[in-house]
Design a protein. Structure first.
Length: 349
């Protein structure tokens, strides 16, 4: 099923409001889910709707949270999320971080006690659109084995960096596991198998059946493990929220707030080499990469985020955003949720 941007966003916003979110919160959430689907990040788009609606409906996401902005210094702040919608808290906190970085040159903003915040490249792109560099990372529920370990301890703990060029932005955005958990969900929803390098079963053996996944594995062994640990330190331990294996599970109790942490760091290039020179050299750098002769089997050297922009342009040139039929049926139905996620183990559908 192909949908226009307005159709997809409209259906998701209406459903989120029906589950209990207010107009502004439903609008921001639907916008970011659409941003993900239109760029081909289907793991973080409409596939998540039923789960969010169940959690919103059951009260595990505060409908009208009391957000609080607490400046702790000229370039540091805490955004208290009151277990509100993570998409909204992370967006509003990034707006504040952008303002602060323009004033102070840098902003380090911890967002705490929030629910899942989705594809975090959305937030770093916000800063890039304002001519600023940024880094964003957040916790997610423990489902990855540490290097050399046998039990899940860390989440897929994503990291995103972004930097502005001319009219282009470099947006690097990745999970610190070989694959994001949402990619397993996406494969399940399509009835497809997964490569044996993504995950392991209960015995620690590689699996190709997405239904048999018991833990994900860090990217590049010890290096990915180190990165996911640092994400947990910066966005968990530093912010005083639960960390490591104590981070709440997505599916444990959908009537409880998740208390997740998220960190934004924003830098104004004007305080370093100068905004103009930075953008010029960024453009030069990504042009040089794009002009390089590709290695056999590749069509070009892309900069991070470029292929997502290409997928978006392709979607709109070919009739809209591709959405799995079963998800579309759910979005147009009157149902809010089917009680499928509550108290399931972390690897439930
Ligand atoms: P991915 O593997 O699809 O891409 C990772 C990065 O590599 C992207 O920046 C992409 O632009 C770049 N890239 C990929 N192929 C490239 C190529 N050929 N040339 C140049 N650059 C290329 O992303 P991943 O790790 O699957 O993450 C997907 C999404 O899941 C992200 O948006 C992430 O934020 C989100 N996520 C969110 C979590 C949460 O709890 N909020 C947890 C984990 C992931």
């Amino acid at each position: 099923m192909k949908l226009s941007r307005a159709e997809l966003k409209g259906l998701m916003k209406a459903k989120l409001m029906k589950a209990g979110l207010n107009d502004q919160h439903a609008d921001i959430t639907a916008e970011i889910l659409t941003w993900s689907d239109e760029r081909g990040y289907h793991s973080h788009g409409a596939v998540r709707m039923e789960y969010y609606c169940e959690r919103i409906f059951k009260g595990g996401i505060t409908h009208d949270p009391k957000f609080e902005w607490k400046e702790t210094g000229p370039a540091s702040a805490i955004f208290e999320g009151d277990n509100g919608c993570g998409y909204v808290a992370a967006t509003l906190a990034m707006e504040k971080a952008i303002e602060m970085a323009k004033k102070s040159g840098i902003a380090i903003v911890g967002v705490r006690n929030i629910s899942h915040s989705g594809a975090i490249g959305y937030y770093t792109e916000m800063a890039a659109k304002e001519g600023l560099l940024s880094i964003s990372f957040c916790q997610s529920d423990p489902m990855a084995v540490p290097y050399g370990g046998s039990e899940p301890y860390y989440g897929t703990n994503p990291i995103s960096f972004a930097a502005p060029a001319d009219d282009r932005n470099v947006v690097f955005d990745m999970a610190t596991t070989v694959q994001a958990w949402g990619k397993i969900l996406d494969k399940r929803s399509r009835g497809e198998s997964i490569p044996d390098s993504w995950a392991v079963d209960v015995d620690g053996n590689p699996v190709t059946d997405p239904n048999k996944v018991n833990a994900l594995v860090p990217i590049s062994g010890a290096k990915g493990y180190g990165l996911m640990m640092m994400v947990d330190i910066f966005s968990g331990i530093l912010l005083g929220v639960p960390f490591g294996k104590h981070v709440s599970s997505m599916y444990h109790d959908l009537s409880e707030g998740r208390r997740l942490g998220h960190m934004h760091i924003v830098i104004d290039p004007a305080r370093f080499c100068g905004a103009e020179q930075f953008r010029e050299n960024m453009a030069k750098s990504i042009d040089e990469l794009g002009e390089m002769a590709p290695a056999p089997g590749n069509d070009k050297v892309y900069y991070p985020g470029e292929r997502a922009e290409k997928r978006k342009a392709h979607a709109y040139a070919t009739g809209g955003i591709e959405i799995v039929d079963a998800i579309y049926e759910y979005l147009i139905s009157d149902d809010i949720h089917f009680d499928r996620y509550d108290h399931k183990n972390r690897f439930a559908d």
